[in-house]
Design a protein around this ligand. Structure first.
Ligand SMILES: *Cc1c(COP(=O)(O)O)cnc(C)c1O
Length: 456
């Protein structure tokens, strides 16, 4: 008897109780496809390698594995034990409970996104965050777009195309993901005028470059690098005043846009939105998901006459913010308005966590896991803010023979844990793990550790 004929049929698998369960969970068609693939593979392996013919259960198991593999999303939560708070690759700022709630409400229901309840007619999505920014910062006008890169592109495309913009050589920055200020200027059709040198720029450098074609002076925050040593740069109020005197306007790409002072937490002072505005900046822009601690967004604040021009440009429509980002942003701004940002916004909870708190958490990790050493080290704010700036922190350090291997296995855990290596040791930093995720962290770590230990 041809042993291939022992293979179950698709119908046999489908009508088994597990087969019915799979069809219910994944849909009939895909389940059939998975069963066919499993049968094909079994046939192939039997013919080419003489492998044994799997029984009904073998085929079910294989097909089920295929289905769960096909349905595994590529985007899912991980535990960030790196200590890098604004980690661009890990999705930057986690949202507050209230912001999440707002996303779920607005995302799952109809909303007033572009509807005016008073008139019963069309409203504007542009108003939602604008009034909050006006209250919070006293700005004339605000515009929220998809991200800060698109905010910069919009400002330059609409307001300085075909004209010159002056910027210091020390600020021709490239942000992660290939966002380069000179290239954005080029794409916007703006003529870039570089002044000063890499380490020093004087007010006279700007002033000597003013010409009839100049539209604006721009500053870009050196978000991800620091020039140290013999450096100088005029104060921004002086740059703004000089630009105004020459009939130009001044645009500040702040990058991170801190609304709270980072220096109260042992960090360097990150330029604040309030400072930029009070220095006389005409337009300031920054990200929603860096130190603001909200969703991905690009925020443009400042003069109404300029922002009005941005609002009606077709590019603004192409890069508009979506309703879930607007909902999350409004909730996040609400925390600043109520003066509860440090308690409610995860990024600020992490920045403001005291060393004693972190040490206590590390000790409790050690107690649960019964391994590692609790040591003092530094965590980085990271991700386009406070370059090279670190905060003292406590971590759990593990001496293992193959630290890279342990990192890789932790990444395969459920949930995946992202850690880092310092001095050949795997270090786990509780600063970026919100306390409510400690149980998940412990479970996932213990599971991985059991397998890791057995193997090594
Ligand atoms: C991060 C950053 C950007 C880009 O912001 P995204 O929100 O990532 O698009 C632009 N300019 C500066 C100075 C930045 O730091």
């Amino acid at each position: 008897m041809n042993s291939l004929s022992q293979l179950p049929s698709v119908d046999q698998v489908l009508s088994s109780s597990k087969g019915k369960e799979m069809a219910l969970k994944y849909g009939h068609n895909l389940t059939v496809e998975a069963i066919r693939s499993s049968l094909d593979q079994a046939r192939q392996e039997h013919l080419t390698e003489g492998s044994a013919i799997p029984d009904l259960n073998g085929i079910i198991k294989h097909a089920d594995g295929l289905l769960s593999h096909w349905f595994k999303p590529s985007l899912f939560p991980v535990i960030n034990a790196t200590g890098v708070i604004i980690h661009t690759n890990l999705g930057r700022a986690p949202l507050s409970e209230e912001a999440l709630q707002a996303v779920s409400e607005v995302g799952g229901k109809y909303s007033t996104l572009e509807f005016d309840l008073n008139s019963g007619g069309r409203g504007s999505r542009l108003i939602h965050a604008e009034s909050l920014f006006q209250q919070l910062l006293g700005v004339e006008s605000a515009l929220v777009v998809n991200n800060n890169a698109s905010a910069v592109l919009l400002v330059l495309t609409v307001l300085t195309r075909g004209k010159k913009v002056i910027i210091s050589r020390s600020q021709l920055v490239e942000i992660g993901g290939g966002f380069r200020i000179p290239e954005v200027l080029l794409h916007s059709g703006t003529d870039l005028v570089e002044v000063g040198t890499t380490n020093k720029v004087h007010l006279s450098d700007y002033e000597n470059a003013y010409s009839k074609e100049t539209a604006a002076v721009m500053r870009a925050h050196s978000s991800n690098y620091a020039i140290v040593g013999f450096t100088s740069e005029p104060d921004i109020q002086d740059i703004a005043a000089s630009a105004h005197q020459a009939g130009l306007w001044f645009f500040d790409d702040l990058g991170s846009g801190a609304l709270l002072d980072t220096s109260q937490f042992g960090l360097k002072h990150e330029p604040m939105v309030q400072e930029s505005l009070s220095a006389g900046t005409d337009l300031v822009c920054f990200s929603g998901d860096k130190l603001l601690g909200g969703p991905q967004a690009g925020i443009i604040l400042g003069r109404k006459d300029l922002i009005d021009q941005l609002k009606v440009h077709p590019l603004a429509r192409a890069i508009r913010a979506d309703k879930m980002a607007l909902a999350a942003l409004s909730a996040t701004l609400g925390h600043f308005l109520k003066g509860e940002a440090l308690e409610k916004i995860p990024v600020w909870q992490m920045i403001s966590a005291s060393q004693e708190e972190i040490k206590k958490r590390t000790l409790s990790w050690r107690k649960s896991l019964k391994l590692g050493e609790v040591i003092e080290t530094k965590s980085m704010v990271g991700g386009g803010s406070l370059p090279g700036e670190t905060q003292p922190t406590w971590v759990l350090a593990l001496d293992v023979e193959h630290p890279q291997q342990l990192l890789a296995e932790l990444r395969e855990g459920d949930p995946a844990i992202i850690a880092r290596i310092k001095d050949d040791r795997v270090v786990l930093d509780p600063r970026t793990v919100l306390p409510q995720y400690d149980p998940d962290f412990i479970t996932s770590f213990e599971e991985t550790w059991r397998k890791f230990e057995k193997r090594s």
